[in-house]
Ligand binder design. Structure first.
Ligand code: NAI
Length: 344
């Protein structure tokens, strides 16, 4: 049953202290899987956003406590909890952005693809509800394997007649966050200045950091390129192993997802200069791959432009890695599409 908790405190003015002025009323963000390892810290970070006026939390367990806890923070977003499938409609109604971190995480020894059999069904159930109750929203998919869950979502939205490819995103921001951190550490650069585009997909060798396009312009030895690329590709596994059965990245993932949500909201709000990397349905970058992570410009209707030019002028190493990832990424896309097409 629904858990609807409202604070009676007057809210601070939305947008205070931010260079972005929120539209009247702010934005409504729904998080599906909000009581999980990612969902909880992500909900906290979004509760802190001056762009958000309503934060709807959905999970099949434990959402009541998370909602009560977050509802005591004196920031503008009004937190409302929902649990149970019959409450999905209320959770999603009027949402501007729907974020999906629901699903099981990896344990040591597992690949992201090992999660397919469980998470495909969870994503299906949730995306179908989004199609029914929030068809115009931006959809951010975090649930792994992202390389397949985003194609599943696209197919289901098509089947429901509400597919808008500009509004569907696989969240790959954590790959960028990691790349920025590792490059800054390696080259002793100020963290805030470093920006490394990461393209391709979100699993193993499909994660392709373009170190030659890093800003500020930085030179790397061949050994550094190999070492940094491997570390960025395996960073998720680094965390899975360190947690030793306790799950995968949750805190850094929440941080990265919050950054991507904030960027999307700034795009919706009309800020004309918002760019992030994301796994999106577009063949602009690589014609033979219907889904590919690229740097995209975010605007009032989601993706305004895919910055395909970033794939020009790659180094030999990057060009070879791009060719090598194509079959793996294509297989993951096909697997997702086939799954969705087999559904009754
Ligand atoms: P978790 O197990 O801690 O939390 C998952 C939450 O989803 C739980 O609260 C669970 O009750 C909920 N859930 C399960 N079925 C649901 C349903 N049908 N409807 C609503 N909620 C449901 O897992 P964690 O660590 O939060 O990871 C979640 C997902 O995010 C995993 O698939 C993981 O692989 C993925 N992930 C993605 C990353 C990325 O970069 N895109 C990075 C790290 C994790």
């Amino acid at each position: 049953q629904a858990v609807k908790l409202r604070s009676r405190r007057p809210w601070p003015r939305a947008g205070a202290g931010s260079r972005i002025v929120a539209r009247a009323g702010g934005y409504k963000v729904a998080i599906l899987g909000a009581a999980g390892g990612i969902g909880q810290p992500l909900s906290l970070l979004i509760k802190m956003s001056p762009l958000v006026s309503a934060l709807h939390l959905y999970d099949i367990v434990d959402v009541e406590g998370v909602t009560a806890d977050l509802g005591h923070c004196n920031t503008p977003a009004k937190v409302v909890g929902f649990t149970g499938q019959e409450d999905l409609a209320g959770c999603l109604a009027g949402a501007d952005v729907v974020v999906i971190p629901a699903g099981v995480p990896r344990k040591p020894g597992m690949t992201r693809d090992d999660l397919f059999s469980i998470n495909a069904g969870i994503v299906k159930e949730l995306v179908e509800a989004v199609a029914d109750h929030a068809p115009g929203s931006l959809i951010h998919i975090i649930s792994n394997p992202v390389n397949s869950t985003v194609p599943i979502a696209a197919e289901l939205l098509k089947q429901k007649g509400v597919y808008d490819p500009r509004k569907l995103f696989g969240v790959t921001t954590l790959d960028v966050v990691r790349a920025n951190t590792f490059v800054a550490e390696k080259k002793n650069l100020p963290l805030a200045d470093v920006d490394v585009p990461v393209v391709g997909g979100h699993a193993g060798a499909t994660i392709l950091p373009l170190l030659s396009k890093a800003r500020p312009k930085t030179s790397f030895t061949d050994e550094e390129v190999e070492e940094l690329t491997a570390r960025i590709q395996n960073a998720g596994t680094e965390v899975v192993e360190a947690k030793a059965g306790g799950g995968s990245a949750t805190l850094s993932m929440a941080y990265a997802a919050a950054r991507f949500i904030e960027a999307s909201l700034r795009g919706l709000d009309g800020d004309g200069d918002v760019y992030e990397c994301s796994y999106v349905p577009s063949q602009a970058a690589v014609p033979e791959l219907p889904f590919f992570a690229s740097r995209v410009k975010l605007g009032r209707d989601g993706v305004e432009e895919v910055v395909a030019a970033e794939l020009r002028g790659l180094t030999h190493f990057e060009a070879r890695a791009l060719e090598a990832l194509k079959p793996q990424l294509k297989a993951s896309i096909d697997k997702g599409v086939a799954y969705a097409q087999q559904q009754p």
